[in-house]
Ligand binder design. Sequence first.
Ligand code: SF4
Ligand code: SF4
Length: 415
Amino acid sequence: MEKRFELAMAEINHCNKCGFCLPACPTYRLTGNELDSPRGRIAMVEGVLNDEIAAGDGLEASLTYCLGCRACETACPSGVQYHRILEAGKAVLDGTRPRHRGLSFVPRMLLRLTKSPKRLGRLARWGKRAQHLPMPSALKSLMPMLAYHPEMIPPAPRVSPAQGKASFFQGCVQEALYHDANRAAVELLAAVGYEVKTPAMQTCCGALAWHAGRSEEARALARRNIEAFEGTGAVPVVNTAGGCGAMLSEYGELFASDPDWSERADRFSRRVKDWTALIEGRPLRFVGTGERVTLQNSCHLLNVEGGGDVPAKLAAAVEGDTFVPIPGQDRCCGSAGIYNIQHPDWASRILVEKMTEVQERFPDRVLVVNPGCQLEMTQGVQQRELPAEVEHLARYLYRAFLRGQRESQGFHQVE
Ligand code: SF4
Ligand code: SF4
């Protein structure tokens, strides 16, 4: 048996079928169908790996709609690493169908563009100019980017002595669409004393390709990133996109059975940190403007990287604003890589529950920590015509930090 199938069987054998993971699973919450639950999916993969059922007998229907959000892993008392089972199931499916089947033109095009963030940025700018032209319906979930207005992010004052160095991972979609959030995070890191460098040779983290079942493409991108960051020394690799951070932090696992790369990949992954981890507890004073603010957390930051409670702590630390958490702030919004492009119907049904929770809290601002969530939540806000702005936590905190600085110098600014 192949190594990845052995790993999956080990996880399957850990699962005692208790079902504690079911309430945490967004697709099970949606349908109540066992086959749309982690336990049902595990049973399907187990049946196929044990040759008890054929791959065609419902495996694809069961796995296709899994978001890969991994909420089932944090909910599981037995510590079952569900993603290993999911990857094995996807590998079985890949072996039973021609390459590219299941990926339509738009997702394929997007995956190609993510290898060149500059081209992705050009597409975003072109999209803004051509928004009156007819677009393929699969591009609908990208349309919220047209309403986004990047802010100028001037240098922030330094408030701490030097802490050391950090390397910055931009992320392809994050840098192409929301580069001001990246700048804001870098300025906040600099404010607390980090000297931040951005290696030029970096590329997409590979998460989108990985979620689409293209493991070799994902590994090729990972190798480029590992090489790009090796030159920066053993300093933290920070990023502002929860989905990218999760992928980067698992390069070690991605190359576990590749003796040429496993050690390098593991060393790289141990350096990966979400930017919020370096900001938390630092002497930054954040001052708001009396807004009600809520947060859609990144499920990958929470379920894969750990430390996913930090964004909410930082959002709640802004003086003068009121943080109003939604009950499902840690539950996937339906974006999940390119899930909302591949399965727009399921994604929008997941978003409906989320937006009902948001609407009930009357926020002025919905904060996010991942570009996919930003697109998805903007779509939700637009559909409900809510008077709320969706923005990355870094950009929100950057403005609040500048206000705090002005106040501590005796200036009170009306906004
Ligand atoms: S994955 Fe974990 S929580 Fe879910 S059924 Fe198996 S043991 Fe129980
Ligand atoms: S990864 Fe998410 S969608 Fe998939 S089974 Fe686990 S909780 Fe459900």
